[in-house]
Design a binder for this molecule. Structure first.
Ligand SMILES: *Cc1c(COP(=O)(O)O)cnc(C)c1O
Length: 413
């Protein structure tokens, strides 16, 4: 077999280098080797999923400071389970009826400027979205996108939760939202899927009082792509776990680990919940645990230094190419004094193509990149303006060099 022949080729699929960072469509962050090794080992035998979830919960507690945690099949299913937990609480009848929410509080209040494609993940639970405020601040028209009183006004007896995102660009303060929600005894769901690094965000939002936070495992943590986790309040996590795990259990023989639920507090065994289709298999749980351990032990300054060094190395090689100018966007700032997000921490290498000099446009380059073997996937949203971005997060040196050589082969010699 050709050494460049991969399992993907065998399946008739061209493999890809994800130089776009953690883009989910392209497989997200590259899984850590240690996580892949752990998954292979886990596949040699079976284990009780609840026991693995209980161990994962302990690790999540340790690294986030939350009361409990639950591994999910991604941040998206984490949002569905978080919403289902806020709606059902510990009511087995409601768990069984979801997504039918007749007669129960099922509204999730969201600042309008933060409405996004992942609303659907919340709605899968049966929730309906109530949006509040507008985008005036973002459009430069007034002082804020949402006033605290507007959130308070939207909270009624039909409200199950308030949801938001830690996105400095939307100018929504997570602490403000949390404060208002708590004044009205309503929990806060935070979509922090893409908010790592910095690693300190693992515990930051819990420290701000957010009740339940959903993170991706398959992005910067570099766990298996189909994993994520919830961290939060013990009761909400317990509800999420009850609605996710397989419940083919016999009441008096059901003996789940106490770290997940204390059976004595429950009226019996619930039946399959809305999250049963989002169960996490043992191999994924083991790979996730190993990856989160390693991620949480990383020193961000050291990791950043290696990204910055690699970005500079790539830049100096690209600087030799005629007609391509290269800058590194490397802001490392706390843009709202409240949260720093990934974009501020990870260096991006921005390539600007002078199509007159090179005879090839940025759009054609990214298009040809996609048809290479391996495919090269870059951030393309600025391509029509003559730019594309690459980031060193999910590629190694050899892969970066392949990208540079490929680009160089498109240019006049
Ligand atoms: C990536 C992302 C998600 C989805 O995460 P998965 O782990 O792929 O399910 C949800 N919300 C935001 C803001 C994201 O960036």
């Amino acid at each position: 077999m050709d050494e460049n022949e991969t399992i993907y080729h065998e399946l008739g699929v061209v493999p890809a280098l994800n130089a776009a960072g953690t883009k989910t469509t392209f497989g997200g962050g590259k899984m850590r080797e240690e996580a892949a090794d752990a998954m292979r080992e886990a596949a040699n035998s079976s284990a009780d999923i609840s026991e693995l979830q209980a161990q994962a919960s302990k690790l999540i507690q340790e690294v986030t400071g939350a009361e409990a945690g639950l591994v999910t099949t991604g941040a998206s299913s984490g949002l569905t389970l978080a919403a289902a937990a806020c709606i059902a609480g510990d009511d087995f009848g409601v768990m069984e009826r979801l997504p039918n929410t007749e007669g129960v509080a099922d509204e999730i209040v969201i600042p309008r400027v933060q409405r996004n494609v992942y609303d659907h993940a919340l709605r899968v639970s049966g929730a309906s979205i109530v949006d509040v405020g507008d985008s005036s601040r973002t459009l430069g028209m007034t002082a804020t996108n949402v006033e605290p009183w507007q959130i308070a006004d939207a909270i009624t007896e039909d409200t199950a939760a308030v949801a938001c995102l830690p996105r400095p660009s939307t100018e929504i303060s997570v602490s403000m939202v949390t404060e208002v929600a708590h004044e009205h005894d309503v929990p806060v769901i935070l979509d922090a899927a893409g908010s790592l690094p910095p690693h300190t965000n693992l515990s930051k939002f819990i420290g701000m009082g957010v009740d339940i936070v959903s993170f991706s495992g398959g992005k910067a943590i570099r766990a298996p792509q189909s994993t994520g986790f919830l961290a939060g309040n013990r009761d909400l996590i317990r509800s999420a776990a009850l609605q996710q795990l397989d419940m083919g259990e016999i009441a008096n023989m059901w003996d789940p680990p106490e770290a997940l639920f204390n059976v004595d507090d429950l009226p019996g065994v619930p039946r399959h919940g809305i999250g049963r289709g989002f169960k996490v298999g043992p191999e994924n749980l083991v790979g996730f645990i190993r990856a989160l351990e390693l991620f949480s032990q990383e020193d961000l300054d050291e990791v950043r230094e290696s990204w910055v060094n690699e970005a500079n190395r790539i830049k100096s090689k690209l600087d030799e190419l005629e007609g391509i100018s290269v800058t590194i966007a490397d802001e490392y700032s706390d843009r709202t004094n409240e949260v720093t997000i990934r974009g501020d921490v990870l260096p991006s290498i921005i390539l600007t193509v002078d199509a007159e000099e090179t005879g090839i446009s940025a759009e054609t380059i990214v298009d040809r990149f996609k048809n290479e073997d391996p495919r090269i996937l870059v951030k393309t949203y600025m391509a029509k303006d003559g730019q594309f971005y690459i980031t060193p997060l999910s590629i190694n040196e050899k892969e970066a060099d392949y990208i540079i050589e490929t680009l160089s082969s498109y240019l006049p010699s």
